[in-house]
Design a protein around this ligand. Structure first.
Ligand code: NDP
Length: 293
């Protein structure tokens, strides 16, 4: 019955990254660099890109933000990605998703040098993760794993149910849990008897995008619950902003679970911390230095 404080864990992680950035700077004579590319003016993406740039600078790294108009063609975007691939000062490249409809996100991600793919979405990194080789791992599931290990220590033999099978969250989450020797079940929109399945989980990860779908009676007493969902409810009255909630009915679940991440303040802050960490790892690797640990 405790809340997992993602904000505090992320702050500690960001401090550790900042120390290692300093070490890198002394050794190599430059700071690690992260390039973030935004196409169009989606307000949520704009906020995320701003937050990523700010966090990068706070960690002592160099931030390069490229804001392109919504009408940018796929070819132009790919040419920018190739320039960033060749740029010695850039260790990490992140193209903010979603992209406008006329651009094929897969083709753009394919163009990123896998060694600079700090989002971990390139098929080379997805493949490396699935066969257990060193990879740049998608930031959100990597952050979830970090929280789970902090909370539980050894995950070996535990039954983990991951609800959601996206390439960004669900699938890499399942791979990471498998690597930790958990017994993993992946559920999705066609899964039968989901409440019953969820109730068999020692670790329940919800990455669906449906507000408060997971109810208290879906949770095994004593389970650890990681809520990845970020959903905005309709505003209670005009002129207000709707409340942010996760995929789990937090108020009900809190009394059943042993530990649970709140929304906001759980998984969200971990995503940016892991992006910084991935940029650091990419920078060390590009310079032929040992992994920063
Ligand atoms: P996607 O929409 O890509 O995937 C959602 C998954 O949920 C799909 O696999 C889908 O199944 C499954 N699903 C949908 N409805 C149901 C249902 N009724 N029962 C069981 N499974 C269902 O979303 P993402 O993975 O990108 O994101 C999931 C959530 O996490 C969103 O709320 C998003 O905002 C949030 N998010 C948060 C981040 C953070 O930093 N905290 C980062 C990334 C995402 P199927 O495959 O069968 O369609």
């Amino acid at each position: 019955m405790s809340r997992i404080d993602g904000k505090a864990v992320a702050a500690k992680l960001r401090d550790e990254v900042a120390e290692k950035v300093e070490h890198f700077r002394r050794k190599v004579g430059r700071a690690p660099g992260l390039a973030v590319v935004l196409v169009g003016d989606d307000p949520a993406s704009n906020v995320y890109v701003g937050a990523k740039g700010k966090a990068t600078v706070e960690a002592g790294m160099e931030s390069f933000t490229h804001r392109l108009p919504a009408a940018t063609s796929e070819g132009e975007l790919i040419r920018l990605v190739r320039r960033l691939n060749a740029d010695e000062k850039v260790d990490g490249i992140l193209v903010q998703l979603p992209l406008p409809d006329h651009i094929d996100a897969d083709r753009v991600i394919d163009a990123i040098d896998p060694k600079k793919d700090v989002d971990g979405f390139h098929v080379i990194n997805a493949g490396r993760l699935s066969v257990g080789q060193d990879a740049l791992v998608p930031c959100t599931p990597y952050g979830c794993l970090h929280l789970l290990k902090q909370q539980l220590g050894d995950l070996s033999g535990k039954h983990a149910v991951v609800i959601g099978r996206s390439n960004i969250v669900g699938k890499p989450m399942a791979q990471l849990l498998l690597q930790e020797n958990a017994t993993v079940t992946i559920a999705h929109s066609r899964t039968r008897n989901l409440p019953e399945l969820a109730r068999s989980a020692d670790i329940l990860v919800a990455a669906v995008g449906r507000p408060e779908m997971v109810k208290a009676d879906w949770i095994k007493p004593g389970a650890t619950v990681i809520d990845v969902g970020i959903n905005r409810l309709p505003p209670a009255s005009e002129g207000e902003k709707g409340r942010l909630v996760g995929d789990v009915d937090f108020a009900g679940a809190e009394s059943v679970a042993e530990a649970i991440t709140p929304v906001p303040g759980g998984v969200g802050p971990m995503t940016i911390a892991m992006l910084l960490r991935n940029t650091l790892v990419a920078a060390y690797a590009r310079e032929g230095l040992d992994a920063p640990g």
